[in-house]
Every structure is written in C-alpha cells, then in structure tokens.
Design a protein around this ligand. Sequence first.
Ligand SMILES: *[C@@H]1O[C@H](CO)[C@@H](O)[C@H](O)[C@H]1NC(C)=O
Length: 400
Amino acid sequence: MRIFLCALLCLAWTFAGANKPEVVLLDFVTSGERIRSHGYPMETHTVTTEDGYVLTLFRIPYSHKLQNQNAERPAVLLQHGLFSNSDCWLSSGPDNSLAYLLADAGYDVWLGNARGNIYSRENEVISLNNPKFWHFDWHEIGTIDIPAMIDYILEETGQSQVHYAGHSQGTTVYLVMLSERPEYNAKIKSGHLLAPCAFFEHGASPVFKYVGALVGTPGGVWNQLLVDTELIPHNALVNRFADTACGEHSEHDEYCRNAFVLFANGGYQNTNVTSLQVLIETHPAGSSSNQGIHYMQLWASHEFRQYDWGTKKNRQLYGQDLPPDYDLSKITAATHSYSSHNDALCGPQDVDTLVSQFTHLTEDHRIPLQSFNHLDFIVAKNMKELVNDLVVERINSYEG
Ligand SMILES: *[C@@H]1O[C@H](CO)[C@@H](O)[C@H](O)[C@H]1NC(C)=O
C-alpha cells in the first residue's frame, strides 16, 4: 500500500512535469459559496504580488448572527497548509470550523490562498503552463504572499495589526516571513501556529523514507526531473482517485485510511469523515514540487533553512555553499504554538527543537489527547474543544 501511494505520487509528479496537461477543474463549491451557503456575508478580494501572482482572499467581514457590521472588528488572517486551500477553515461547518467561530466571536475573518492553489492560479506575466510559474516554494509564500495579504488587509480595514493563524505550511510561512522580513513583527497582534512545521529530523511519516531519500539532497536525477512542476496537480484524474478513495459512498475507503499513514501514526479515530469528504472536493489543491522538495531537504539536513540548489547555485544566490538558516530569534510577535503527539510530519521532538530556537515564543501548548494527529487540526470531530476554542480565547485575550 505504501509503495503504491508513493508510486502514485511520483507518477502524478512526473506526469505533470512531462506532459503539462491542461488543468481540468471539476465543478466544485468554492470557499466563498460555502460561506454564503451557511448564511454568512462573504466578499472575494484579490491581491497581486510584486512578482505578478494573483492571490484570492475570501472574507467573512462580520457575523449575520451578531449583526456587528458597524462594530469594531479586529482582522484575522487564516492560512492553509501544503496541498490545501481556504476550504480547510470551513469544512466542519459553522459549529466547529475556526473561520466561523472567529466570525461569531466578532472578528473580521480573511482566508488566504497561497500562489499555485486552485484559487490563486494566475500570474499577470507568466502563463500557468510555463514551468517558471511553478518556480517558487514556501519561501516565496512566506516572504512575498503573506506580507502582500497582510498589507492589503491593513489597507482595507484601516487597522495597524492583524491576528494570524496557520496550519502546517501555514505555520512555516509565518516563521519564514517574520525571520526574513522582521519588520512584519509589528503588524502581527498575535500568531497561532497549529501543527507547527520547521524541523523534520524525527518525522515518522513514510513520505520521508520514500520521497525524502529521493529528493532530499540537491543534484539528484529525481530532483532535476521534478523541480519547478506542479506537485499532484488538481485535475480530473487525481480528483477522481481521491474521491473514489475518500468520497461519500466510497467502497474503497481502506485506501483513504491508509493514506493517513502519511500524516498520523495510524490514527484515524478523531476524523470527522463528513468534513473530510467536503475537503476531498478541492484537494489536493495545487502546489509547486519545490514546496515538497524543500520540506524533504529539511528532513535530510535537520535544519530550518532556505532551498538548497547545490553548491554552485547556492554561492551565486546566497554567497555561501549551504543555504542560510531562518533565524527564529528574529521573531518577536506574540506567538502561540499548538502541537500534538501523534503528528507524523511535525512531531513532538521536532517541536521541541523549534521551541528551543524560538526565543520569544509566548506559549507552547501540547494537545493533551495522545491520538490527535496532523490533519486533526483541520478535520477532527473534537478540534473545537481541543484547538479552536483555545485559539479564539487566546485571540480574545489580546483584545481586552
Ligand atoms: C463534521 O463535518 C460536518 C460537515 O461540515 C459538519 O456538519 C459537522 O458539524 C461536523 N461535526 C463535528 C463534530 O465536527
């Protein structure tokens, strides 16, 4: 099964690289439509980055339950993980998902979408079919996309700071932003890192063993083949496979359960299956192969540092043989970390390393339930009590 998954991953990758298929998006409910269907007001905004990417932000400006459109509403930006998009903050519905809980607590909620995902697949100068479109990884999402979103939100709302919450890669890009562009610390009122990912030395997921070994060090054949392509493209074929395995009425849900070994040490018990089925419609959502390769490099090097292009290009780009580290001591914004024991990607020992280097971290919260895994922060039946209520409470504490 594991081999099969890996083969599929590689196939999807290679397929995308070799043939550049037309991207066929199936009909799906967008984040915006989903928000409206639950009765909330919704706005769609686009932000163009300095390098031309057009990013979509969905906004829940206020709660129809509170009718607080004329009250002061502090802004919160929510940022999704790898392979994901803004749907991850909505899929468990108004009673459980963080976006709605924050709206109902009086916040102006903005849902970000990183370059490359189904909501942010446009660039004003580079065509989607040009490999240059995919020449980025989460370094650029952290140093360009998130700052652009924050500046846009501050401009639109007239506020001077935002609250930020991210899941998985949404935490990596926060760390990258604040260490590489420390002036953004002043624009963050508080940051909330769900399943924080920076170090991967102890990653238990088979993805490290099978994929990391192939692409974790620069210069290899797989590396050359896979760089600058779309990683698991969001097209009809991939989506059909995901839907067959994990969708409603699936007769093959052992595949879906098995896919969970990538994120959890066998833990599937907390999953809200209905929520997962909602997510499957728009996932995997599209990302660059470089994002995956960069993570595998962190696994191989045990360091949290920039993309490794090999000695020659590193010297040109960075003026040194090895890529520079992200300096976590530069992060001074009030930041809360929420991590879990059964996370096979960003597990407790690697969180320890993060905490030890994150000198100004405000809080290191460990989810007390042992079985809680990486995806549970997004799709667990019990994530409201174990995660989201805490996040809302912490954010409230900065508003007095
Ligand atoms: C599970 O997800 C469904 C679909 O969004 C939602 O309606 C339901 O309230 C969720 N239940 C829990 C306990 O999270």
